[in-house]
Design a protein. Structure first.
Length: 127
């Protein structure tokens, strides 16, 4: 593991997903899934999110579309919250999901809208 890439990834991951969420994931890791936490932190967050070619806001918009299309509700919820932290508006999130409806299917978009509302409620203290 490259420590500097991991450390950069940890910083970015906490900034986007929230320190509490990330610390819970890392501290809750065991011998079985710790390698996955390390891989995600180093490569996903450090090596890719750490690149300067796209701003975090754009990366968040891309993630929302891709994760919606892949029907990954847990990941979508945390990335909706991350997108809000990265300056994406609720209106922009809605537009992404409308685009998902056209290119990936209405059921995927309906789920995405439902999950986003849950994420909004959690961030606004409603859950």
């Amino acid at each position: 593991m490259d420590k500097s890439t991991y450390d950069r990834g940890l910083e970015i991951r906490k900034a986007v997903l929230g320190a509490e969420f990330v610390e819970r994931a890392i501290n809750g890791a065991d011998d079985f899934n710790r390698p996955m936490q390390e891989l995600v932190t180093e490569y996903c967050w450090g090596a890719v999110w750490g690149r300067e070619g796209l701003p975090r806001r754009t990366r968040s918009l891309l993630n929302l579309a891709m994760i919606s299309a892949l029907n990954r509700p847990h990941e979508l919820k945390i990335h909706v919250q991350g997108a809000l932290r990265n300056g994406v508006s609720k209106a922009e999130i809605s537009e992404v999901f409308l685009q998902v409806a056209i290119y990936c299917g209405v059921p995927a978009a309906i789920d995405a809208f439902r999950i986003a509302r849950q994420a909004f409620e959690e961030m606004e203290g409603g859950a």
